[in-house]
Design a protein around this ligand. Sequence first.
Ligand code: TRP
Length: 368
Amino acid sequence: MTALAIATEDIAPAPGPAPDPGPVRPRMLTGDRPTGRLHLGHYAGSLANRIRLHRRYQSFFIVADLHMLTTKNSRADIAGIGPRAADMVLDSLAAGLDPAHSVFYLQSGVPEVAELSLLLSSLVSVPRLQRIPSLKEMARHAGQREMPFALLGYPVLQAADILAVKATTVPVGRDNSAHVEVARELARRFNRRYGAVFPVPALVPADVPALPGTDGRAKMSKSLGNAIYLSDPPDEVVAKVRRMYTDPARTSPAVPGTVEGNPVFVYHEVFSDRPAEVADLKERYRSGRVGDAEVKEKLAAALNRFLDPIRERRAALAADQGLVEELIVTGTERTRHEVRRTVAEVRAAMGLTTALAGFRAAARSRAR
Ligand code: TRP
């Protein structure tokens, strides 16, 4: 039982044709607000999953700049959208997203999504949205004492993104799962009330635990300054790993150390291509037979082996001037085309086109 607050569930099914089977190839949509260069936390938490999944679908990747405005809307924030979006797309391609299977688009370039968000907003109650913990968290994080109207509508706008491209699959992290649940409710409620327009999107939880920061804090994040970026040069990776937080109780290589939750070993575990080396280091760490310097040196080497091909592809892609920009432009146009179709369908299903069409007919007959 979901805690639905508004009484639209018992509306009789709309008469009409059987549900549209939808697009032939299933569609996936996911994405992020424009935060800039991607780091190892993004890779472990979402990018690896996207890379694994994206060829099975028609994959759409949103740069959600309108969502960013709900918490960050200074002129400087807005001026940063372009370079940040370009960096994110560049990093995603360098890490392995295939442009032949990916549509990258800028949300603000598809203004019809805002119209869909407005139309959907009549189908959800304020208390339903107020109960979503991630929104309170975001408001607090942005230093807002009161909930901004747009932030309360964040999940409705996200539902509009998802439903506008008729996505069937939405892989997101835990902090976004409640928003996808809103999208599912809105799809069902819309279909029941006005006729079958939307596939009900499936949530694919990316259930990897957050990657800790280099400082040992629970989450790697740009704002905490504890991130290793996919685009960091090798010597920077070495320097960052040298400064990494490890077991603080360990004052000499002879002191037995703790491996569990130790970020140095978490990274070894996630990114190293040499499991035997990692097992050996763990074993010697636990029994006080290895120094932190060696563990870190091997980690930096492993991270650089992982990052080398990504950096190489990134440099090649960046040298192809205008490539990323072109992908974003064509992706945005492609998406806008899809979304316009969906919104026209939505307006027709709701009967919103009837009144004006009637007026037009009457006006035309008078003119004759
Ligand atoms: N809310 C996502 C974030 O945390 C970004 C986003 C906007 C999104 N629209 C989406 C994710 C649609 C998946 C599907 O940044």
